[in-house]
Design a protein. Structure first.
Length: 159
């Protein structure tokens, strides 16, 4: 169980309505939610809220984030450019569970033009309640991802 009830959330214009509804629901469930924008359904450039959210995960203020855009894809691509961010676009329950268990994903990305709001709520619940598996093979793969980020991934070592 994720005991940390502080989470951070962001969106672009396409995700704005769902984000507002999700914040209301999460607060009713006892979460403290920090919103990095965007703050209206006026067209915006999603890398801006994505960067604001990722910085606050990178500096340790938050350990889980949620991003919503039209498809979930743009925000995930932008988020994954940040060191230490493992952002996963999910549309189904199994992926939301496995990306926590196997990938230790720290950002859940969803598409407001893809999913019903009830599915967004279900995926969020699964993502927030599922812990990463403390198993060697997953930890090893996460270390390799860090090496890819750092440029220290040594092909020869893994041949
Ligand atoms: C905005 O129109 C849309 O491109 C954006 O929300 C997102 O789906 C990008 O991946």
């Amino acid at each position: 169980m994720n005991e940390n009830k502080n989470i951070i959330i962001g969106c672009d214009h396409a995700g704005y309505e769902y984000k507002c509804r999700l914040i209301t629901r999460l607060e009713l469930l006892g979460y403290s939610v920090t919103d990095v924008g965007t703050y209206s359904s006026e067209s915006c450039d999603y890398p801006i809220p994505v960067h604001a959210l990722c910085k606050k995960i990178q500096n340790g203020e938050f350990n889980r984030g949620i991003l919503i855009c039209g498809t979930g894809i743009g925000v995930s691509i932008a988020a994954n450019k940040h060191k230490g961010i493992r952002a996963a676009v999910c549309s189904d329950d199994f992926s939301a569970e496995m990306t926590r268990k196997h990938n230790d994903a720290n950002v859940l990305c969803m598409g407001a033009r893809v999913l019903e709001f009830t599915k967004v709520c279900e995926l969020t619940d699964i993502f927030l309640k599922t812990e990463a598996l403390d198993e060697d093979r997953h930890l090893r793969r996460l270390r390799m991802i860090s090496e890819l980020e750092d440029g220290t991934f040594d092909d020869k070592k893994y041949e």
